[in-house]
Design a protein around this ligand. Structure first.
Ligand SMILES: NC(=O)c1ccc[n+]([C@@H]2O[C@H](COP(=O)([O-])OP(=O)(O)OC[C@H]3O[C@@H](n4cnc5c(N)ncnc54)[C@H](O)[C@@H]3O)[C@@H](O)[C@H]2O)c1
Length: 384
């Protein structure tokens, strides 16, 4: 018997810049030529972003002398699928896209996750650049290199870590975004402030009305603050072995609710409900003060969180659904515990802990007691 050792100690630099500002898409063709030359650029968009920004970007890239392929998928979560991934790959292969090409992910989190995953596996991996056009994608999904698609058994179950080569968040693209999508993005930003940065939480509270009416400077500041937090977390824990799990605050319950709604409920709204319940769990465990809990409730109310959805779901069904969560270990869901605004519990580098079903049940019931009805918003058609 012989054993041959393959020594592959890797020291690789996958650092990248995140640029936040107005008018970045218009300047992109020149910036790409200088900073990210490629044999061709493959713009991956959805139907909405193809029409809003994709065709102009395609024309401008061509004008700057680049080879371009513009591809799009239907709008909505259902496009994070094996079927759409294969369709994109086929189109790229057919067009002769080679390993020196660069993918441009032009859209919200759906496009970012899907285009990122296509890039991760196409010819064993090619570079991609995130061009987020929703607030959620700007504050969260475009940063950190998590890419993937859904499976009928759950969200994001198939995927890869593949960091983008750059992120350009052009706040001008937010002008066409619906109010509910603006609120969705603000939920994720507020979540990061709640768990990691009290000062930014206060900033968001003070300027929330301006953000909701799309003041570009305030939105850019909120995006930059959220991205700084996320970048820091990703630098310390790229592969989610510890601290990165903090970003999942609200998502254990949020994903369960999203799934129980048949993915019809907007991700951000499901997460907002999840944040409320998970803050209530921390309070039920005696770890979060009543004052902090009411601050959480107040800001979520301003973001029109539809807590009434909880009344339509059985607590036991929600709890059963959390056990299939990616953070679960041996079928037991684990939670990030908020201990004050801006801080979560940490024990020996562990940021999540198991919570008994009884406490979770109590937290759901306590959230229900205080709930006024707010309309639950769904995307009329996930492929519309
Ligand atoms: N990778 C990560 O780290 C990470 C983090 C958080 C969320 N996510 C994923 O992100 C996804 C949700 O992202 P999302 O909320 O951006 O949804 P989305 O990508 O579906 O976009 C929402 C809607 O807005 C439209 N749209 C996009 N940009 C627009 C613009 N500028 N103007 C008008 N309409 C526009 C889209 O066509 C779509 O209909 C989920 O799949 C979630 O799992 C990933």
């Amino acid at each position: 018997m012989q054993t041959i050792n393959v020594q592959l100690k890797k020291v690789i630099d996958t650092s990248y810049g995140i640029t936040v500002g107005a008018g970045l898409l218009a300047r992109l063709p020149e910036m790409l030529k200088r900073e990210c030359p490629a044999s061709s650029y493959v713009i991956i968009a959805d139907k909405a972003t193809e029409k809003l920004f994709g065709r102009t970007l395609e024309a401008e890239l061509k004008k700057a002398g680049s080879k371009v392929l513009l591809l799009s998928v239907p709008n909505g979560e259902l496009s994070k699928s094996q079927k759409e991934k294969s369709r994109l790959e086929e189109a790229m292969l057919k067009a002769g896209v080679d390993r020196k090409a660069v993918v441009l992910a032009l859209g919200g989190g759906v496009v970012g996750d899907l285009a990122g995953f296509v890039s991760a596996t196409y010819m064993r991996g090619i570079p991609y650049i995130q061009l987020p056009t929703t607030l959620l994608a700007m504050v969260d999904s475009s940063v950190g290199g998590k890419t993937g698609i859904n499976n009928k058994r759950g969200k994001n179950l198939i995927g890869a870590f593949h960091q983008p080569s750059a992120v350009y968040a052009d706040v001008e693209t937010l002008k066409s975004l619906s109010d509910v999508e603006i609120r969705n993005g603000l939920v994720e930003a507020v979540k990061m402030f709640m768990t990691s940065d009290k000062e930014s939480f206060e900033f968001a509270k003070e300027h929330l009305d301006e953000a909701l009416t799309r003041n570009a400077d305030i939105l850019a500041e909120i995006i930059a603050r959220a991205v700084r937090i996320k970048a820091g977390v990703v630098e310390r824990d790229e592969y989610e072995n510890g601290e990165r799990m903090v970003l999942n605050f609200g998502h254990t319950i949020g994903h369960a609710i999203e799934k129980l709604s048949g993915f019809k409920m907007l991700h951000g709204q499901a997460v907002a409900v999840g944040i409320m319940v998970e803050a209530q769990i921390a309070h039920t465990l005696g770890r979060l003060s009543a004052q902090a809990l009411s601050e959480v409730r107040e800001i979520l109310a301003r973001l029109e969180t539809p807590l009434s959805v909880l009344k339509k779901m059985k607590p036991a069904t929600i709890i059963a659904m959390t056990k299939g969560d990616k953070k679960s270990v041996a079928g037991q869901a684990r939670y990030v515990i908020l201990k004050e605004i801006g801080k979560v519990e940490e024990k020996d580098g562990r940021f999540v802990e198991e919570v008994g079903d009884e406490e979770v049940m109590r937290a759901i019931n306590n959230t229900n007691v205080r709930t006024k009805d707010t309309k639950v918003r769904t995307r009329k058609s996930l492929h519309g």
